[in-house]
Design a protein around this ligand. Structure first.
Ligand SMILES: Cc1cc2nc3c(=O)[nH]c(=O)nc-3n(C[C@H](O)[C@H](O)[C@H](O)COP(=O)(O)O)c2cc1C
Length: 148
């Protein structure tokens, strides 16, 4: 089990692209990191032994949580993540009133589980462009600095 775990939810690939940027940056910084699609893992399996817990997700409906990450979100509520560092990021579309609302849902859920925010959440408008890439890399570097 890696020291840092990234779990993402992505339908059309934008959040996955963001997750891969965070993953590559953490790896470059020497962090032992794994990355998973949310439909393939349970929070107990990935977060129990991790020092750094990261979730990336998009937003659907009108500020809704995508169906495929609801089970993960609900199972996470039952965990005690005290002592762990967390980060949340995601892609949305500024066209919608509730821009990246589901990233905020996870940010709150992590806090409710007792984890400590290692970096401010990152919201990306659709696909991560150069400025977003820099933002996501800074997010990853800040998270890494909290565990090293
Ligand atoms: C039906 C529908 C509803 C959406 N609702 C929201 C929303 O409420 N807030 C938001 O920020 N983005 C919303 N989006 C935009 C997606 O979150 C955005 O396209 C995102 O980049 C998709 O991420 P993915 O490529 O990782 O699946 C919606 C998209 C669709 C198709």
């Amino acid at each position: 089990m890696a020291n840092a775990e990234i779990v993402y939810c992505s339908m059309t690939g934008n959040t996955q692209a963001c997750a891969e940027i965070v993953y590559e940056k953490l790896k470059d910084l020497g962090v032992d990191v794994d990355i998973h699609d949310c439909t393939t893992v349970d929070p107990e399996d990935v977060f129990e032994d991790a020092e750094l817990c990261i979730v990336g997700t998009y937003t659907y409906g009108e500020g809704d949580m995508p169906d495929e990450i609801i089970d993960f979100y609900e199972d996470m509520q039952e965990m005690d993540l005290t002592g762990k560092i967390f980060g949340a990021f995601g892609s949305g579309d500024t066209f919608y009133e509730e821009f990246c609302r589901n990233v905020e849902d996870f940010d709150r859920a992590f806090e409710a589980c007792g984890a400590t925010r290692g970096a401010d959440l990152v919201k990306v408008d659709l696909y991560p462009e150069e400025a977003d890439k820099a933002h996501l890399e800074a997010f990853a570097a800040e998270l890494a600095s909290k565990i090293q």
